[in-house]
Design a binder for this molecule. Structure first.
Ligand SMILES: [Zn+2]
Length: 379
């Protein structure tokens, strides 16, 4: 109401001049017609599935480094819509992965370290939990431990991100259909002596780990929920030979698509170690993880192109390392520099493909990504 009144006041002088003009002089030009501003773009047909891909620590400079070290091409170039989000948290201009992922998963800014909770530490519902309630299938895939801040913010609610055992226990409170990541020890070697692997099996999950063989060699039963642990603690790096992100993400897409039937699915995929390369101020580590994430993006886009009912969003929680590409660099031979071994506050790109992608153009808060995913689904 107040907005309407203030708009009217704003237009009054113009309206007055227009009326005077009409009354006092012969009309030389046709009277102006006030036109209401265009309504915000609406999604005509929403997606069935949403896949949110988070490159942890992946700012514009990490993307640029990946591009130039990869023959000047990335799968990110296949996205028709690009936007920017403001990544700061509720208590710090410099965000962390917990506050960043909580903004995406709940639409609320919280303090650094808060996982699935508001500024006062109260639990708040996540897009993954809401998707479960709506009857959709859900999944998480990461190259960190599955209890690390980014995946945790979609499924757990803890006051501090390092409460790994509590986060693991909260996987049993959901009916998540598919998850792949490291950190098995938080499920099996716990201070409370619970064996969450056995509890997952009792709840109907197929549960397997790295020493049983590669993920792709597992026999898949689409009627059961699926959990696979890639490591006891943190997964290896790409440079050490880790290569599961792309096959795990492809399997997640086909598994959830088949299991969800007509209902659709929500899947979050994280390239976690772009961030770790930035913390280490190690350009080769960072770039190898960036390219691994981009190859995974390519496989997910292939699925979405074929499926035609999937919205794919790629973004980051924040930039890490204050990375720059300095003078003297050439294609494939970058001279990189870091200004920090922590995160920075620069705006973060958002790439979108598929039904509802048009919602993601523009500049907005990181929390808007949650709202836009809901709008795309018509929630
Ligand atoms: Zn970090």
């Amino acid at each position: 109401m107040w907005k309407k009144v203030s708009q009217l006041i704003k237009y009054l002088p113009g309206l007055f001049t227009l009326l005077l003009g009409v009354a006092c002089s012969p009309p030389s030009t046709p009277p102006q017609v006030m036109v209401a501003p265009d309504p915000p773009p609406r999604v005509t047909e929403g997606p069935k599935n949403i896949i949110l891909m988070i490159g942890d620590g992946m700012g514009i400079s990490q993307i640029s480094a990946g591009l130039y070290q990869n023959d000047n091409q990335l799968n990110l170039e296949r996205f028709p819509i690009v936007g920017l989000h403001k990544p700061y948290s509720s208590d710090n201009l410099i965000p962390d992965s917990a506050s960043g992922a909580t903004a995406f998963s709940t639409g609320r800014k919280t303090y650094n370290g808060g996982v699935g909770v508001d500024e006062d530490g109260n639990p708040i519902g996540t897009i993954l939990e809401e998707a479960e309630e709506e009857g959709l299938s859900t999944g998480l895939v990461t190259t960190s431990t599955i209890v690390h801040a980014t995946p945790a913010a979609f499924i757990a609610h803890v006051a501090q991100r390092n409460e790994f055992e509590a986060i693991a226990a909260q996987f049993l409170d959901t009916e998540i259909d598919f998850f792949v990541g490291g950190g098995r020890k938080y499920f099996s070697r716990r201070s409370d002596e619970r064996n969450l692997l056995a509890e997952l099996e009792a709840a109907g999950y197929f549960v397997a780990s790295f020493e049983k063989g590669e993920l792709t060699s597992m026999e898949i039963d689409y009627r059961r929920n699926f959990a696979y642990f890639t490591s006891e603690a943190d997964p290896e790096t790409v440079q050490q030979g880790r290569h599961y992100l792309k096959p795990a993400s492809k399997l997640a897409c086909t598994f959830l698509n088949r299991k969800s039937g007509e209902e659709g699915f929500f899947l979050m995929i994280e390239g976690a170690q772009i961030d770790w390369g930035g913390h280490n101020q190690d350009m080769d580590y960072m770039v190898s993880e960036m390219i691994d994430f981009d190859e995974t993006i390519g496989a997910v886009l292939d699925f979405a192109e074929e499926d035609d009912q999937t919205l794919v969003i790629v973004t980051a929680d924040h930039e890490t390392g204050g990375f720059a590409i300095n003078p003297g660099s050439a294609q494939g031979e970058l001279i990189g520099a870091f200004t920090s071994d922590y995160h920075t506050a620069v705006l973060i790109p958002v790439f979108a493909y598929g039904p509802g992608a048009e919602l993601f153009g523009g500049v907005y808060e990181n929390t808007a990504i949650y709202q836009k995913m809901r709008s795309a689904w018509g929630w």
